[in-house]
Design a binder for this molecule. Structure first.
Ligand code: TYD
Ligand code: MG
Length: 407
């Protein structure tokens, strides 16, 4: 049964935009990611590992929505949801609660309650008895999602679905689900840290490069408009093995501290240990090889531990140079200047390459009180409030940041 839209062929200039304008949710970090808010009739899938805070986020969203909402809990009892809502200050007269797993009952409740926003938590635990397969199976998940999409479009009702993802990041259930919905959001974070990141993996109504940042607290998720301050809060300047990189996550600049620790290996003949947290292990190995071959910094007989602080994951190459400097700073036991940020990709020839949107990165560093930046040699930059030190290669960067004698 096709559930897509249908309208006669018309010149595009004569098509009206209709009601596809986003309604703000009242949670600024969600609105930022959705490009302004929730679009009427849209279906959004919120994916994330179990325990990351999906139910918490959506309950908070419903509680702040200015009109009647319905939360369908297919995992927790109404009493459990009520208890959680009390912690979150989400016990509001306009928030209706249904603990139910059967799809027809859920649709009937939507008819009865007439909500203006619906959350179904989760798509893997509801089932349509007319579909002869188990809840969570591919056929069941797809059938339920298609029905909910059709109901959403028919009523111009925004619907949000929770979807659990497996450890490797895939959605448990059919990937086809991602094609059925309008928007796919990913809620991520390290469960041992309070930091949570919200990203759009697919968004029919806008860009997918905005980042929402939250902190999980005892009373729920709190938006973090100034994420750089959060990441740098515990930093001790003047310690060897630390470098600050103005990284870019989508459009959002974040200052992140990269740390390295090196330690002589105890046993010879065993390959020395490399450990990376929040940093790709393969990238660390590559950069250590570049340091050895291009800058004559040998790490063959030391263990190297490297991490991005605060539970953040550094996946962009603009952080390469900061990681190199953190490692050499640790090896030499010489700290970098406290007011210095470092940005640049490192190539296999030891050259320092451009990083995207350097102006935006450095503006964030200036805002956070940094005074000096080590940047790729041909960065197209004028006045950004920072003293710029341009470097073309890793050896040049080492001399500029750590002085002549470090190797
Ligand atoms: P939850 O929203 O249930 O995660 P999900 O729906 O993604 O499985 O959040 C679970 C965790 O969040 C739980 O381990 C406790 C923590 N938490 C807080 O720290 N503060 C809070 O106010 C709430 C409600 C939960
Ligand atoms: Mg949940």
């Amino acid at each position: 049964m096709p559930t897509g839209p249908s309208s006669p062929a018309t010149p595009i200039s004569e098509v009206t935009e209709g009601g596809a304008r986003p309604c703000p949710t009242g949670i600024a970090e969600i609105d930022r990611v959705l490009g302004g808010g929730v679009v009427p009739g849209s279906v959004t899938l919120l994916g994330g590992e179990p325990g990351i805070g999906k139910s918490t986020l959506l309950l908070q969203l419903l509680a702040r929505w200015p009109a009647r909402t319905l939360y369908v809990s297919a995992e927790e009892s109404a009493q459990q949801v009520r208890l959680r809502a009390e912690r979150l200050d989400a016990v509001r007269p306009d928030l209706w609660l249904l603990a139910e797993t059967s799809l027809p009952t859920i649709v009937a409740a939507i008819d009865e309650v007439q909500p203006t926003l619906v959350v179904v938590d989760s798509i893997q635990t509801i089932a349509d008895p007319a579909v002869p397969s188990a809840p969570g199976s591919v056929a069941q998940v797809r059938a339920c999602a298609q029905r909910l999409v059709a109901e959403a479009k028919r009523r111009d009702l925004p619907v949000m679905l929770v979807g659990h993802v497996t450890k490797d990041g895939g959605l448990a259930g059919p990937r086809a689900l991602e094609h059925v919905v309008d928007t796919v959001l990913a809620f991520e974070g390290d469960r041992h840290h309070a930091l949570r990141l919200l990203r759009a993996a697919k968004h029919r109504f806008g860009a997918t490069d905005e980042l929402g940042v939250f902190e999980m607290r005892g009373d729920g998720l709190v938006g973090v408009p100034d994420a750089s301050s959060l990441f740098l809060a515990d930093r001790r300047a003047g310690v060897a093995g630390s470098a600050v990189v103005p990284t870019l996550d989508g459009q959002r600049p974040l200052l992140v501290e990269v740390q390295a620790l090196t330690n002589p290996t105890a046993a010879s003949g065993v390959p020395p240990r490399r450990s990376a947290q929040g940093i790709d292990g393969g990238r660390l190995a590559l950069l250590l090889a570049v340091l050895e071959r291009r800058a004559r910094v040998a790490t063959g007989n030391v263990e190297v531990f490297a991490s991005a602080v605060g539970g953040v994951r550094l996946t962009e190459p603009g952080a390469d140079l900061a990681l190199c400097l953190a490692v050499v700073s640790a090896l030499a036991d010489v700290p970098l200047a406290a007011g210095l940020v470092v940005v640049g990709e490192v190539g296999l020839a030891g050259e320092v390459r451009q990083a995207a949107h350097i102006g935006r990165r450095l503006a964030e560093a200036a805002r956070m009180g940094f005074t000096q930046a080590l940047v790729p040699a041909n960065s197209p930059l004028g006045d950004c409030g920072l003293e710029l030190v341009r470097v073309g290669s890793v050896p040049e960067a080492l001399v500029a940041a750590l002085g002549d004698g470090v190797r």
